[in-house]
Design a protein around this ligand. Structure first.
Ligand code: SAM
Length: 274
């Protein structure tokens, strides 16, 4: 997969040289290129922003450097992908924005199947809307939101999206099985995990995990997934597909919903003010 990121803070993306994503880049499973938006300005101050038309607070990112930067991304990517994706290949442009579509594991899976993604990191009050309109004449453009809160810039969102997508690429995670049982893969959250020592500060690992009984361990883990989902994310529990649940799941779910305080091993959810 190729990923291009345009930003005024290229160093922000240095974290993507570390750990599994860094190794994936070294192994050429992922070709990630970061571009400095200011390289596409032509004034002495390398200006990328200006006051908003219509007035109001803050500054807006000017369209000209963005247009040139995205033209450059297209040309550079086509050269890099020549022979793989065809001469008229285009990236899917993702624009981090608090008003974008929510970024989910499902979207991460869809993006992981694409050959070429590009990200436009906004700052200030955001990017002049015509940049998206212009790109949409040539590319697929999707504004994506990390959540219902406001960040200072798109870079943190890019770190999150790239990490979530890249770990799904074949070969990036050593044991592909570990992707299967994760939270948000099948509507259930993951079960609690433990390692040695078996007893720590008076807290014991659940005995079933030491039993060596694979069937009992699998059942316990499944029960804990159902319980944890019902307790921490009632919205996800309500959306569970009944056909995907067995009788034991339904019993655990009903018990948990009838008595939300009975879940073991889970801290109390934080109090929510009315
Ligand atoms: N004025 C904008 C609004 O109210 O929608 C917020 C601009 S924000 C200060 C600057 C940039 O941060 C945005 O252009 C976007 O790139 C990024 N950003 C902020 N919150 C985000 C979120 N929840 N998800 C993704 N990107 C976000």
């Amino acid at each position: 997969m190729r990923i291009d990121v345009v930003t005024i803070f290229p160093e922000y993306l240095d974290a993507l040289r570390l750990s599994l994503i860094g190794r994936a880049r070294e192994q050429e499973l992922l070709d990630l290129q970061v571009h400095d938006l200011r390289d596409f300005t032509h004034d002495r101050h390398r200006t990328v922003d200006d006051t908003p038309y219509g007035g109001g607070p803050g500054m807006v990112m000017r369209p000209e450097p963005w247009g040139e930067a995205l033209d450059h991304v297209q040309a550079a990517g086509r050269t890099a992908l020549a022979g793989v994706s065809g001469e008229d290949a285009t990236p899917h442009l993702l624009v981090p924005s608090p008003s974008g579509v929510p970024f989910t594991q499902q979207l991460a899976r869809e993006l992981a199947a694409e050959p070429w993604l590009a990200f436009a990191c906004g700052r200030y009050e955001g990017i002049d809307e015509r940049v998206l309109d212009d790109a949409a004449q040539r590319w697929r453009v999707t504004p994506v939101s990390l959540g219902d809160y406001v960040l200072n810039g798109g870079e943190v969102a890019v770190l999150a999206v790239v990490e979530a997508v890249a770990r799904l690429l074949p070969g990036v995670i050593g044991n592909a099985q570990s992707l299967v049982e994760e939270s948000h893969e099948d509507g259930l959250l993951e079960y609690p995990v433990y390692t040695k020592p078996a007893s720590w500060r008076g807290l014991d690992v659940p005995a079933v995990l030491l039993s060596g009984h694979h069937g009992a361990i699998a059942r316990w883990r499944r029960d804990e997934r159902v319980r944890r989902t019902a307790r921490r994310r009632p919205d996800l529990a309500a959306a569970l597909d009944d056909a995907a649940l067995d009788d034991a799941d339904r019993r655990v779910l009903a018990d948990q919903q009838a008595d939300p305080g009975s879940a073991r091993f889970l801290p109390e959810p934080p109090a929510v003010a009315d």
